[in-house]
Design a protein around this ligand. Structure first.
Ligand SMILES: [Zn+2]
Ligand SMILES: [Zn+2]
Length: 489
């Protein structure tokens, strides 16, 4: 328009907001079965199709594609391998979880089921590398990454331009298809009036991840759609349960970006893969609920699967099962790993054959504790009891806050020495521990051995760790630290 021009006609369309897009495809063929590029009736051609054209941040859905998939596929990690969920920085950038605080050692399965940010970022940085993460995303059919996307935020979906719903859904379809990616197909063939084939869709497919990796990811994403509760001091629930509909095996992953500007759910059944995105075209914050997309996914998928038998997700050759400790990813120590104050830390996990752990748990330790002081018992202690503790790596040990292993998962690193005159005793006094008569105190412990059993940390590693010691004491003073959150999966 320039000055003097006359407006002859004008049409204004109000756009409903927030917007959504939806894709349903068949992973075994790549055929797109249904697609919706926005809300409401389609009134014009060549308008914005949000499913194929809108680039949006994928959020946590990218944890699977760029972090956990490569870690299991080539990173020599298993679903049981753990990363410490505690404060974590890469350079200046501090990462946080979607829930407040931290939960200590958490395995890759937990990272998927509870969509754990720190676990995902550590997996990317310590096992995979951002570069390899982008290689996997591209193999999964994501074509919109830029050269600068190989950075720590990649695994949380912090990419420069974003992804389309179509490509993200096709990527998850590959996981549901035994690791075989198929390029989405809209038109299968075009015939002339005599039935001659003018066009046939090329059969473009490639194995992106091993079949066993696809199954492991599928099994963990299936659990994320159940009411699973994390083994933790904190009460944390599976992140995708709201999307689940009944009568069909299903697996999927949620995604939510910073300040709730984009919300996703991408998942699959033995029949179809489907992805939903919701958000504002102009990228405003979604207010008034950020779970409605899961309700839409559940409703549509429930309807299109009506009457279909549930064949389940088949377990491919090359998968085996083994009992492991969920705090170490290693073989459980009988009587120790199953005696974690939060409950039984032993569970059965799937593994690609040959990746089952051979070593025993190195996180749980059991020690005889003086029931009066809560410290490792000395021969003079009148009453002792066996307790299971966590051993936390140097550097993680004093971090994590309430709920992490470092706070609740105590380690009795010092022997009972009530009656000694060191700073430890002064601090105790300051916290108004009930004082006892001289006669009731038992003597300062000499270097003697504590009657511990099972595996425990060697004294040298933990000696002098006053914080740990203080925590042991808090444990002895009150059980509230173990409090709720003792759910098991
Ligand atoms: Zn253990
Ligand atoms: Zn004692």
């Amino acid at each position: 328009m320039k000055e003097g021009d006359e407006i002859l006609g004008e049409r204004t369309e109000l756009i409903l907001e927030p917007q959504v897009s939806f894709v349903i495809l068949e992973p075994s063929t790549g055929q797109v079965k249904a697609i919706s590029g926005g809300r409401g009736e389609k009134r014009a051609n060549l308008t914005l199709n949000r499913a194929t054209d809108a680039l949006r941040q994928p959020g946590s859905a990218f944890k699977i594609l760029t972090g956990f998939a490569p870690a299991l596929d080539v990173g020599q990690k298993t679903l049981a391998d753990v990363y410490y969920d505690g404060p974590y920085r890469v350079g200046e950038k501090a990462f946080s979880n979607w829930y407040s605080g931290y939960t200590g050692y958490s395995n890759i399965r937990d990272g998927i089921v509870y969509s754990m940010n720190i676990v995902a970022v550590r997996c990317l940085m310590e096992t995979v590398s951002p570069e390899l993460g982008t290689v996997y995303a591209r193999n999964f059919g994501i074509t919109t990454l830029t050269d600068t996307d190989a950075n720590p935020a990649l695994v949380l979906g912090g990419v420069t331009d974003g992804v389309t719903n179509l490509e993200l859904t096709a990527a998850f379809g590959a996981i549901g298809n035994g690791g075989v990616y198929r390029e989405p197909v809209f038109i299968t063939e075009i015939l002339d009036r005599n039935g001659n084939v003018l066009y046939r869709a090329p059969d473009r497919k490639r194995q992106v991840i091993r079949e066993t990796t696809a199954f492991l990811l599928t099994d963990a994403m299936a659990e994320s759609m159940t009411g699973s509760r994390k083994f933790s001091f904190k009460s944390l629930g599976a992140t995708s349960a709201r999307s689940a509909f009944s009568g069909m095996s299903q697996a999927g992953k949620s995604g939510t970006t910073t300040s709730n500007k984009d919300i996703w759910f991408v998942g699959f059944t033995p029949y179809y893969a489907a992805g939903i995105w919701a958000g504002y075209d102009e990228n405003q914050v979604i207010t008034g609920g950020t779970s409605f997309h899961k309700d839409i996914w559940r409703t549509i998928m429930g309807e299109i699967h009506e009457g279909l038998p549930d064949p389940g997700f088949s377990v491919p050759a090359g998968i085996t099962g083994a009992y492991v400790c969920r705090k170490s990813g290693k073989r459980p120590i009988p009587g120790v790993c199953d005696a974690d104050p939060r409950g039984n830390a032993v569970y059965r996990e799937y593994f690609a054959v040959g990746t089952e752990p051979e070593e025993y748990c190195d996180r749980h330790v059991q020690a005889a504790i003086c029931t009066e002081t809560g410290m490792t018992a000395s021969p003079e202690c009148p009453q002792t009891e066996l307790r299971t503790f966590m051993r936390v790596d140097e550097g993680e040990g004093s971090s994590g806050g309430p709920g992490a292993d470092a706070t609740g998962g105590l380690h009795a690193s010092r022997s009972c020495e009530r009656g000694g005159g060191d700073s430890w005793k002064r601090r105790k006094t300051a916290r108004r521990r009930p004082s006892r008569g001289e006669g009731e105190r038992h003597r300062r412990n000499r270097p003697g051995r504590a009657p511990d059993i099972g595996k425990r940390a060697d004294g040298e590693q933990c000696a002098g760790d006053r914080r740990q010691m203080e925590l042991v004491e808090r444990r002895a003073l009150g059980l509230e630290l173990w409090g709720d959150g003792a759910e098991q999966r």
